[in-house]
Design a protein around this ligand. Structure first.
Ligand SMILES: [Zn+2]
Length: 311
């Protein structure tokens, strides 16, 4: 059985951006929500750089993202953790799964899988791995593509935003890829090992990642890490109703400022969008702390103000 964190333990939250593009309004809202949630409890907030995919990560983007967050008043309470430097920890995680007989090598090509493993952030592109190589056994760690053999059955959790949730990870992701043939450790392994290592008690993220939660819980259980609380926020949509994605990086802090929208105004809108106030009014992040309550955070998607849309 998973070991849940108790409310008596200090709250530790994290924001874990991938340094592959500018943080858009939706990313900033997630960062602010995770920060407010732990600050309201007197807890600790840490920034983790999800640069496990080194080929797509850029140091200049790390700096840009940190500057944008700092301008909002959101700074890491502890040292930054770079996933690109965590190879030993991820390898140890794999060794533990190997010893339990829960790893196998996967010989499927990308064509076989229709690129499913590379898109953990895209709900629409999520297809379960069909288990083609599940019969294989593994004696020693090898540089192959390695998958985690999911135990059967569904996973239930009380989502801080969405309420009771229950998913069958086998039907959503299938056995997740933990190590890629190109030598990179995969997203699910890195996120679960790092959350455990950093003692993260609450994970706040966009609802696009809700479908991978059950899979990550199974991995936590296998690695004997406690289960954090999960809060899946509604997504931020552009003025025309489309969901903000990587390509909307241009709708970031600097672009909004260049349009004459002050940082305090942006914070006021973000705070209002998280239920802190009845209407958007300029403020600092600090001023939002006593106003933040999870029970007031809306569950649905939210549209940015008409004047913010890029022209
Ligand atoms: Zn396979």
């Amino acid at each position: 059985m998973p070991v849940p964190y108790t409310s008596r333990m200090p709250a530790i939250g994290r924001f874990a951006p991938s340094p592959t593009g500018t943080l858009h309004v939706g990313n900033l809202r997630t960062a602010l929500a995770s920060w407010l949630s732990v600050k309201a409890k007197g807890g600790t907030w840490i920034i983790r750089i999800e640069d496990v995919d080194r080929a797509r990560s850029r140091l200049a983007i790390v700096e840009e993202q940190l500057c944008d967050l700092a301008e909002l008043g959101l700074e890491s309470d502890g040292p930054l953790l770079f996933q690109s430097q965590r190879g030993d920890a991820y390898r140890e995680g794999l060794e533990r799964l190997l010893a339990q007989g829960q790893l196998y090598s996967c010989a499927c090509t990308r064509k076989d899988l229709a690129l499913l493993a590379s898109a953990p952030h895209e709900e629409d592109g999520l297809k379960p791995y069909p288990g083609t190589c599940r019969w294989r056994t593994l004696e020693v760690l090898c540089p192959d593509a390695l998958r985690f053999r999911l135990p059967q059955g569904s996973v239930a959790w009380e989502d801080t935003v969405l309420g009771f949730q229950e998913d069958d990870p086998g039907a959503l992701t299938g056995d997740p890829l933990l190590h890629r043939r190109d030598g990179c450790y995969a997203y699910h392994l890195a996120v679960v090992v790092d959350d455990g290592f950093q003692g993260v008690t609450e994970v706040v993220r966009g609802r696009d990642l809700r479908p991978v939660t059950a899979t990550q819980v199974r991995l936590q259980e296998a690695l004997a890490w406690p289960r954090p609380a999960y809060a899946h926020l509604g997504l931020v949509a552009g003025g025309s109703g489309h969901r903000l994605g990587k390509r909307d990086g241009a709708l970031g802090l600097q672009v909004l400022k260049a349009k004459g929208i002050a940082v305090q105004e942006i914070l006021g809108w973000l705070g209002w969008s998280l239920g802190c106030t009845d209407r958007p009014q300029p403020c600092s992040a600090e001023e939002l702390v006593p106003l933040f309550q999870w029970g007031r955070v809306p569950t649905g998607d939210i549209r940015i103000p008409a004047g913010w849309e890029q022209t």
